[in-house]
Design a protein around this ligand. Structure first.
Ligand SMILES: Nc1ncnc2c1ncn2[C@@H]1O[C@H](COP(=O)(O)OP(=O)(O)OP(=O)(O)O)[C@@H](O)[C@H]1O
Ligand SMILES: [Mg+2]
Length: 656
């Protein structure tokens, strides 16, 4: 039978209510017509006729206090329309049917309290008894989860923010005379966590709230769900479902993930864009003048070498590509921030006042040569080892985008940046570049000197070994001392492996230079001091023993140029020979020079020029000349060699 308002008696017609709390048997007024055959069977799992006297007296006392004024006051029944239609759509959820007996064991008014259209005599308001009693955590006795019969409400969704009980399906008005025992504690709603007060909702209610709850009239619409926490990932607010939401993560963690998530996606996006923009600055640029090929002892042209020959551009000075390779439209090449004061033209170590430390961390010490260095050797080093070639910008090195970026980030910037704080870790001062012959290791070393605005001193292992161990050691120490005197300086030692292991010809001197080399790398003769960067290069990294390998703080693999880089190197080299190939010819050449190093491509073009006639008499080089030269110039690095580089890089390299 579905209860409808018509069934309800006006309140003032309700008989006085007494609940005999002295015993657990119902008073005569509540005597139920027991079905034949004995005791009335409980209709409900939770309905029993025993209740502790204390609970009952508490209940009674409370209701008596609450409703002493209500029973006497007139009660206007809310108009029928005041009830949401849903109230009657599902009888099971309708108001509890009136007790089958003459009256209800306790005033139903309690459930009207605080509802629209009811007058609350005392205390009232939706926060009064109308609120789900379990939320009133301060009651001495756990009252029953809000529903008319005090039975456990099986549908926690409606446990808060509603001015009254909700009868879960299947719960109808209790017919048992005595109050049911308290529901198991698990069903009692714990007081809501902080921040989930009546204004908040434990559950994500639909924004428009639920249809009015059945039974006790149109309940006040639930509070709108709090605005969804800041969704940084741009996700649409989830469509709320009437299911208990998982405990809401604390705003910080929720926001945090959102941000992190967004952060990551934003970051990844930025990184992707950044990479493209960043590498673009290293793009190959038009040639300016053929660069000296930088022999190990470039004969200083009678000392006219101006300073270090590598003047970094003032910071931020955009410049037309100044390199020797054009990659189509010249891109703006940002000069690296000038490393330090422009050095005066290079002279024979004039006595110099201490140079003010530059902006960068590549500090310029006093320039005093280390003690105990042979003056003659020092003079020799400064006059023979200083490289006076033109500056080399990043754009002058074809390809190698990732390596250039790594060198800039791991080496140039830390050296140019002032120490973050006193005692902050020093930037690396030694770097090993390894890779096939002609791959551009020395070119990169020179580029580093340009970026650091440093004097470049060049050594070749083979040259040091030639005059014997003693002489070689003397020259080595002089080179380090000269670098120390001419700060900032880059000391480029090519063919490092020649100093360490017996060469193919088994010269004994080779290994003998390892000790002085390690001593110098340890700062014995000026290396590692502020203002000196040691760049070692080798095409045989496996020849380096662990002691030497560990002396190089950074170790990078210089790979062979890829297709586009080969095209750029070829285009520029041929242009220098007065030859301009068509796109198709150039593409065919790029294809045909797979595995060539930059050095070998240069040799190829030189060979083609030779084929075109004697220097000075030659006709412009044609594609055929280059094709003919291919028969004579080929790549030296075998696939096996390349594999060994890759392996060594995996074991000891820094990747990039
Ligand atoms: N990526 C490159 N871009 C432009 N030129 C290059 C590149 N790689 C090599 N070259 C040219 O090839 C020649 C040899 O380069 P480099 O001396 O730097 O090679 P390397 O690796 O030092 O060789 P080695 O191992 O024999 O010392 C130079 O003329 C250089 O300009
Ligand atoms: Mg070299």
């Amino acid at each position: 039978m579905h209860w409808t308002p018509e069934h309800a008696q006006p309140l003032n017609q309700w008989p006085e209510q007494h609940l005999d709390v002295s015993s657990t048997t119902p008073s005569p007024a509540h005597k139920l017509e027991l079905p034949p055959g004995g005791r009335q069977r409980c209709h409900y799992a939770w309905a029993h006729d025993d209740i502790s006297a204390l609970t009952a007296s508490n209940l009674l006392k409370r209701y008596a206090e609450k409703y002493s004024g209500v029973l006497d006051s007139p009660y206007e029944r809310p108009t029928l329309g005041g009830y949401g239609d849903a109230a009657f759509l599902n009888g099971a959820k309708g108001d509890p049917e009136p007790w089958p007996g003459p009256e209800t064991p306790y005033p139903l008014a309690s459930l009207h309290e605080g509802l629209p259209g009811t007058k609350s005599g005392s205390g009232g308001g939706s926060g009064g008894l109308g609120g789900s009693p379990v939320l009133a955590g301060n009651l001495p006795e756990p009252l029953y989860a809000g529903n008319a019969c005090g039975g456990p409400s099986a549908a926690p969704e409606y446990a808060t923010g509603y001015g009254g009980g909700y009868l879960a399906p299947g719960y109808c008005a209790q017919t048992g005379a005595a109050l049911p025992p308290p529901p198991p504690a698990a069903l009692l709603q714990p007081p809501p966590p902080p921040g989930y007060g009546p204004s908040g909702s434990l559950y994500n209610y639909p924004a428009g709230g639920y249809a009015a709850q059945p039974g006790y009239g149109a309940l006040p619409p639930p509070p709108a769900p709090p605005p969804a926490p800041y969704l940084t990932s741009g996700l649409a607010a989830p469509t709320p479902l009437p299911t208990p939401a998982p405990p809401r993560p604390s705003p910080a963690s929720y926001g945090f993930q959102g941000v992190a998530e967004a952060g990551v996606s934003l970051k990844r996006k930025a990184t992707d864009e950044g990479a493209e923009v960043r590498y673009r600055k290293y793009a190959f640029e038009p040639a300016k003048a053929p660069a000296a090929d930088g022999a190990s002892y470039p004969a200083a042209d009678n000392g006219e070498c101006r300073g270090n020959g590598f003047r970094a551009k003032p910071p931020g000075a955009g410049e037309e590509a100044s390199g020797k390779y054009a990659g189509g439209v010249p891109l703006k090449v940002l000069g690296s921030p000038i490393y330090g004061p422009q050095l005066e033209p290079f002279e024979k170590f004039p006595e110099r006042a201490p140079v003010p430390a530059p902006r960068g961390g590549f500090a310029v010490p006093s320039g005093e040569p280390p003690k105990g260095v042979d003056q003659g050797a020092l003079e020799l080093a400064t006059s023979k080892m200083v490289d006076c070639g033109p500056p080399v910008q990043w754009a002058d090195v074809a390809g190698q985008g990732a390596l250039k970026a790594a060198l800039e980030e791991e080496l140039v910037w830390p050296l140019l940046r002032p120490p973050a704080y006193p005692g902050s870790p020093r930037p690396p001062r030694t770097v090993l570049l390894f890779g096939p012959r002609g791959a551009g290791k020395a070119l990169l070393g020179r580029c580093l000197a340009t970026q650091l605005g440093a004097t470049l001193l060049r050594l070749r292992g083979g040259t040091l070994v030639a005059p014997g161990a003693a002489e070689g050691a003397r020259l080595l120490q002089a080179a380090f001392a000269a670098a120390r005197c001419r700060p900032p300086a880059v000391l480029l030692i090519s063919e490092l492996d020649a100093l360490l292991s017996a060469r193919d010809d088994g010269t004994a001197a080779a290994g003998a230079l390892q000790a002085p080399l390690l001593a110098c790398l340890d700062g014995g003769c000026g290396a590692g001091a502020d203002g000196v960067l040691v760049v070692g290069t080798t095409s045989r990294p496996a020849a380096l023993d662990e002691a030497t390998r560990r002396r190089f703080a950074l170790r990078f693999y210089v790979t062979l140029p890829d297709g586009p880089a080969r095209g750029q190197i070829l285009q520029r080299a041929l242009a220098q020979q007065g030859c301009a190939l068509s796109e198709r010819e150039l593409a065919a050449l790029v294809q045909g020079t797979q595995g060539f190093s930059g050095g070998e491509l240069g040799q190829l073009c030189q060979q083609a020029a030779a084929g075109a006639g004697l220097p000075g008499l030659q006709r412009p080089i044609s594609y055929k000349d280059v094709e003919a030269a291919l028969a004579k110039v080929g790549p030296r690095a075998s696939p096996k060699d390349l594999d060994s580089f890759v392996e060594w890089d995996k074991m000891y390299g820094f990747g990039h």
